[in-house]
Design a binder for this molecule. Structure first.
Ligand SMILES: Cc1cc2nc3c(=O)[nH]c(=O)nc-3n(C[C@H](O)[C@H](O)[C@H](O)COP(=O)(O)O)c2cc1C
Ligand code: SF4
Length: 437
């Protein structure tokens, strides 16, 4: 069960400019409530007209890479003029197992996402739109589409496709392969999907949260958007937060918010995981001063990613957590490229060995060497993200590695006080250290 931590005050989004949340209403909003709050989608009746506002807003993608949205819009619009056809895709795959924000956004504010999809379609001149979802479409999204169709609000039809529950299924080339009728596997680039995507057409793939922000920027403008966030990274972002209670809470936070405001002051916590399973472990309290923006996080080698933040409590073994997630990531590789086929299983086995009792002298050196060998060598960033997660675990849990080497564990005599898994993985994955054998 995912809870929303911050709920909106009464009043439309414009009145809430400086306040949050902007995106998440207290309860699922049907079309009538959505129109009462926001009015209809503000079409410009001119392809490309929205792009300047998006550029001025400084909106970046909320699917993980924080790429400037206006650059993708402009690239697809340009390529569309040359090729005569473009496609837009709302990416709601939410393939990161710890993330809950896109699912919740689609439940609570489906019309905001659909407005964003229609507005981007207009901006890039698209005649084809897709919504790609992790789950079978829920009642809120189906109702929203039906109500919009009945009112004739949408200019182009939206096709829904369900993603398989795999970590890579949300990567943009995997998305397009799936939409094209094939398996959701990444493929090599170039050309970029903005040049040659679905069916060869220039294609815009945006995360569903990105589209919801864009739908508000189209109404209230760049200045409104910049009323929260930092000058370099404006706006807010949805985060999925795991405090030591292990429950998922979704909270919309201004970019630049102190991470301790979201995760707590670090009492009873040994480490923070920032950016999800392609993210970075940070030691607490060393990281206590960081803020939720890539400028600050980058100084510690971290990034906000898709907004997954976790505070690992002191009573858990961080090494065991790292080993479980690394094994999951290795198992999730598509096995198409050498680094994933040969490197990730070895890396996962080595992290599992460190998490056990006593490891071979060679293991740490091997792990560091293999990490260097897989980096930057895959068709997609899966090996790089996995290595980032593992490297940071080796640093943050270094004292733990030494203890395990001697057959001990700091959170109990070779065993954490609480051996239940902390970080969520899909069902069917290993749940304890014993599962490694
Ligand atoms: C392994 C992997 C998994 C990804 N999964 C998702 C996902 O589930 N949802 C998503 O929006 N983006 C995901 N992305 C990022 C997409 O490739 C793409 O950059 C994004 O959908 C673009 O939207 P944005 O610019 O609005 O963030 C993933 C990337 C990688 C490398
Ligand atoms: S790098 Fe790995 S996950 Fe990415 S395409 Fe190649 S095999 Fe698949």
């Amino acid at each position: 069960m995912t809870t929303v931590v911050n709920q909106p005050a009464a009043g439309g989004a414009a009145q809430q400019a400086a306040g949050l949340p902007r995106l998440l209403p207290a309860a699922p909003e049907d079309l009538r409530a959505h129109l009462a709050r926001y009015g209809p989608a503000p079409y410009r009746n001119q392809s490309g007209a929205l792009i300047a506002d998006v550029e001025a807003s400084g909106l970046t993608g909320r699917g993980g890479a924080a790429f400037p949205v206006h650059r993708k819009l402009a690239a697809v619009a340009r390529a569309g003029v040359r090729q005569g056809r473009t496609v837009v895709v709302a990416n709601g795959a939410e393939s990161e197992p710890a993330s809950r924000k896109d699912e919740l956004l689609l439940q609570l504010a489906p019309n905001l996402v659909l407005d964003g999809l229609q507005l981007t379609a207009e901006a890039v001149g698209a005649a084809e739109a897709h919504l790609y979802l992790h789950y079978a479409p829920g009642p809120q999204i189906l109702r929203a589409l039906a109500e919009r169709a009945a009112r004739g609000l949408d200019r182009i039809a939206v096709t829904i496709t369900q993603a398989p529950p795999r970590f890579l299924a949300g990567q943009e080339t995997a998305v397009l392969n799936r939409l094209g009728g094939g398996p959701a596997l990444p493929t090599f680039q170039p050309p970029r999907v903005s040049e040659r995507g679905l069916g060869g057409a220039p294609t815009l793939v945006q995360n569903v949260e990105t589209l919801a922000h864009l739908a508000l920027i189209a109404r209230y403008g760049p200045r409104w958007f910049r009323a929260v966030g930092t000058a370099a990274e404006p706006g807010s972002m949805l985060t999925t937060i795991y405090r030591p209670d292990g429950k998922a809470h979704v909270r919309e936070a201004a970019i630049g918010t102190p991470v301790r405001t979201l995760l707590g002051d670090g009492a009873g916590v040994q480490a923070w995981l920032v950016g999800g399973y392609h993210g970075t472990w940070l030691p607490v309290p060393d990281a206590a001063g960081i803020t939720l923006d890539n400028a600050s996080l980058g100084q510690s080698g971290a990034a906000a990613g898709a907004g997954v933040l976790a505070a690992l409590p002191s009573g858990r073994c961080g090494l065991t957590e790292a080993a479980r997630v690394t094994r999951y990531l290795a198992a999730e590789s598509a096995g198409q490229c050498g680094p994933c086929l040969n490197g990730l299983p070895r890396i996962a086995a080595a992290v599992a060995e460190l998490a056990g009792s006593g490891h071979r002298r060679q293991t740490l050196d091997d792990l560091k060497r293999w990490s260097g060998l897989v980096e930057g060598r895959g068709a997609c960033h899966h090996p790089d993200g996995t290595v980032r997660f593992v490297r940071s675990a080796l640093v943050v849990f270094e004292p733990e590695i030494q203890r395990h080497a001697r057959g001990h564990c700091s959170v109990g005599n070779h065993g954490a006080t609480d051996r239940a898994p902390f970080l969520p993985l899909p069902p069917g994955m290993p749940t304890s250290e014993e599962d490694w054998t």
